[in-house]
Design a protein around this ligand. Structure first.
Ligand code: SF4
Length: 356
């Protein structure tokens, strides 16, 4: 797919990075690839690893919204790198690439939940990209499709759908619940709410910034009461494996160990659900965490130095020490008060004040 030559000159409502709109980090340019529902083929993930090896720092980085980043790139982005990204098929719409922020219950259709939403997410994405008006959504605006298990409520999506028993889904905006709609009406209903947001946004980036928190976008709003969230499951599931990438980093060895799976879901908790994988040993051998009792389920960190100029020290060194010590409580290691990438569950914070 050709990339319009003017893509890098498109107006930007915010500075959130995209695949074609890099962020200048201390370790080079950074690009972020949106993966609606975290869905990516093992082939495309392998291709990203190869591109990172050739043009970036060699790793693929997982984000707290189930997206991927490549760091350490030159700026401007090399044309061959952009062409490689386009070849992966992960950029169906250059104009909407930063608006495709869709999180979805990563275990849907595999284990638990009230509905299989795996085909609904691409449909939502397709309709979003087909509407030129939705190009104006901020890169921070988040859609959430919850299969009924309540796992996304902590992410506070701007516009969400949550399935209930009987195949219908509740639509909502931020902290407010709205109407119950049939499953087939979910994508259109969600996008109508996004359009209503854009019509009243007045320059704010997400529904939380609206004076009423987005309540007025719904016809009969009620305070949302999400179900008790099921904890994320790790290990072998029914025909899939669920693993964590420590510090959200996939290196070349780890990416090549994923090759046995046909489809991959990147989770908002820096994990991977690998369809068709039935043996955890090769994944554990390359350092992926394969059990829920791994300390890496409790230890996270912002990128810190040297990737971020605001950090006084290397957050990852500290995080590795905490993980090695067992980390009895969830902890997020940060280089400054901005606390990037903090988990949505209760956690302690460790502020790094100097190089380790
Ligand atoms: S929390 Fe601060 S130091 Fe860490 S990545 Fe964000 S801005 Fe950089």
């Amino acid at each position: 797919m050709p990339v319009p030559s003017s893509i890098l000159d498109l107006p930007s409502p915010d500075r959130c990075p995209g695949a074609l709109r890099p962020h200048a980090a201390a370790d080079g340019a950074l690009v972020r690839l949106r993966l609606p529902g975290g869905q990516i083929s093992a082939t495309a993930l392998t291709a990203l690893g190869t591109l990172s090896g050739e043009f970036g720092d060699g790793d693929v980085h997982l984000t707290s919204r189930g997206n991927l980043q490549i760091r350490g790139l030159s700026d401007p982005l090399p044309e061959a790198f952009i062409a490689g990204l386009v070849e992966t098929g992960l950029l169906p719409s250059p104009t909407h690439e930063r608006a495709r922020n869709i999180v979805a219950s990563p275990l849907s259709g595999i284990a638990g939940g009230r509905a299989d939403i795996r085909s609904l997410v691409p449909e939502l994405d397709r309709l979003l990209c087909a509407d030129p008006g939705l190009e104006g959504l901020s890169g921070r605006f988040l859609f959430g499709v919850d299969d009924g298990r309540g796992d996304l409520s902590g992410l506070r999506p701007d516009v969400w759908a949550r399935f209930e028993d009987g195949g219908s889904a509740r639509l909502g905006v931020g902290a407010f619940a709205g109407p119950l709609v049939a499953a087939g009406d979910v994508p259109v209903g969600m996008l109508d709410l996004a359009r209503a947001f854009l019509a009243t946004a007045g320059g704010v980036w997400n529904t939380r910034k609206l004076p009423d928190g987005g309540r007025g976008l719904l016809s009969s709003p009620e305070p949302d009461a999400p179900p008790q969230s099921e904890p994320m499951r790790y290990g072998l599931l029914d025909g899939a494996a669920s693993v964590l990438a420590p510090l959200g980093v996939l290196g070349p060895q780890q990416i090549s160990a994923l090759g046995g799976g046909s489809d991959v879901v990147v989770t908002p908790w820096r994990g991977l659900v690998l369809a068709g994988v039935t043996d955890l040993a090769p994944l554990a051998a390359v350092g992926l965490a394969v059990t829920a009792d791994s300390a890496w389920a409790r230890v996270t960190a912002c990128v810190g130095a040297p990737g971020c100029a605001k950090s006084a020290g290397d957050t990852r060194v500290v995080a590795r020490k905490l993980a090695a010590a067992g980390a009895p409580h969830p902890v997020h290691v940060i280089g400054c008060e901005r606390s990037c990438g903090a988990p949505t569950f209760d956690h302690d914070r460790v502020l790094v004040r100097s190089m380790q």
